[in-house]
Write a protein that binds this ligand. Structure first.
Ligand code: GLU
Length: 444
């Protein structure tokens, strides 16, 4: 059986860490199995879904390297959902209910007051035609509930959470169609999973109860539920539920505001909550082979955005020039990149090093006599990685300065800074003319 999985975001907001973890897992599994990664746009909520959010989430996925093989929009598939509704109605699995939300609220409060679970009492199943006519004369339009098969347990072998068993009697018959005729997520998702031949549904464990209900809907529509994998949720660093701030930190803001590399997000979210170590990856492909459901823990996983920053630096330190050259500022050569990359945390940090190499900077000259003497000893012509050593050896012999006293004033005069890449590599990049100018105190 060839694998087909789907990522199904709703275009009602920006993609965040939680959704992207689901997207990455689906993508890796599809690629590992030589299967299909399907992007489903869950835009049945026509009021809250926007074209901008849809474009934005596609941009995020492309940026992350999560290319999709097929796509569909739920808003273009209402005919299929309507057909499923007709089937469920004629099979007696979908029934009209006329309660207002206030009436349902009162029912719930009474049940809770009696110490009972707030389950829907199925009153809608027993209303007479006369009552229906009366409600409709009052201007009420029904919402539609799916009649769960009770008593029943729904069980499945979850690829992440192991054996799952839900007592369906503990659940209310779910509303599938609202009073205004719009669809809740539950039914369209099942119809699509059937029609597009989805073999595995992978999503967060907050969907576990939906999966139990949807399993019965699959069956009511004559299909078998796909395999399931529910990932444990992410928490904040201290184990608290992902705060609004962290949980909703968008991929777009990590990209645009924080300037993070896509691969730092991919490296972290592909491995978080699994037994594999979190490591810097410089290509998403290298994560494919190692993806395995059995490595994922059933316990919640901690997400700390600081880990993204750490990974970001580590990834940049080993990134090859060819992989970044299109994003580097003009004048940044391969030699420059190989020297600068070890000293940056974000790609934009290269700007500072490029200025140090190509100027202008203001040299910092503490002891003018010392620097003047060093200037006289500067080797002439044919600079390479050995020039710094030759120069500092000569300065040491001449002045007697050594260690920090020798190196720091030279570094400060040549770069204006107290820290930075190896001077041996930096010196030939700056070049003789500019170094001479800086040693004589010129802004160069
Ligand atoms: N649109 C749903 C969500 O974002 C999809 C859930 C699913 O994967 O079935 O929660």
């Amino acid at each position: 059986m060839s694998v087909k999985v789907r990522f199904a975001p709703s275009p009602t907001g920006l993609l965040h860490v939680g959704n992207v973890r689901t997207a990455i897992s689906n993508w890796l599994y599809a690629r590992k199995m030589g299967g299909v990664f399907f992007l489903r746009i869950d835009d049945t909520d026509l009021e809250r879904s926007t074209k901008e959010y849809e474009e934005g989430l596609k941009e995020d996925l492309r940026w992350l390297g999560l290319n999709w093989d097929e796509t569909a929009k739920q808003s273009e598939r209402f005919a299929s959902y309507d057909a499923a509704v007709e089937k469920l109605k004629s099979d007696g699995r979908l029934y009209p209910c006329y309660e207002t939300s206030q009436e349902l609220d009162i029912k719930r409060k009474i049940q809770l007051g009696q110490g009972k679970p707030p389950l829907y009492d199925r009153a809608g199943l027993n209303i007479s035609d006369a009552e229906k006519t009366k409600y409709e004369a009052e201007g009420r339009t029904p919402h539609w509930r799916f009649k769960l098969n009770i008593p029943a347990r729904v069980e499945w072998e979850d690829h992440v959470k192991g054996h799952q068993s839900f007592d369906i009697a503990a659940l209310s018959d779910p509303i599938l169609v609202r009073g205004d005729g719009t669809y809740l997520y539950t039914l369209p998702s099942v119809v699509d999973d059937i029609e597009f031949g989805i073999t595995h549904v992978m999503r967060g464990e907050d969907h576990s109860a939906n999966s139990a209900v949807q399993t019965q809907i699959f069956e009511a529509l004559g299909a078998k539920a796909p395999d399931m994998a529910h990932f444990s949720l992410l928490t904040g660093a201290a184990g608290e539920g992902l705060s609004k701030r962290l949980g909703t930190a968008s991929i777009k803001s990590y990209r645009e505001k924080d300037g993070l590399e896509a691969l730092s997000i991919v490296s972290l979210l592909a491995r978080i909550g699994s037994s594999d170590p979190i490591e810097p990856f410089t290509s998403i492909e290298s994560l494919i082979d190692g993806f395995d459901f059995s490595k994922f823990s059933r316990a919640t996983a901690k997400f700390d955005p600081h880990d993204l920053e750490i990974l970001n630096a580590k990834i940049l330190h080993v990134t090859e020039y060819d992989a970044v050259k299109d994003r580097l500022p003009e004048g940044a050569t391969e030699k420059f990149w190989n020297v600068a990359r070890a000293n940056i945390k974000k790609l934009s940090d290269v700007d500072e090093w490029l200025t140090i190499v190509s100027g202008p900077i203001t040299p910092v000259i503490g002891n003018a006599d010392f620097i003047a003497k060093a200037g006289e000893l500067l080797p002439q012509g044919n600079w390479d990685e050995t020039t710094w050593k030759a120069w500092t050896t000569a300065v040491k012999e001449e002045t007697g300065a050594k260690g920090r006293e020798l190196f720091m004033p030279l570094r400060q005069a040549v770069t204006g800074l107290q820290h930075g890449p190896e001077m041996g590599s930096l010196l030939p990049l700056i070049g003789e003319t500019r170094v001479r100018a800086r040693l004589s105190g010129e802004k160069a």
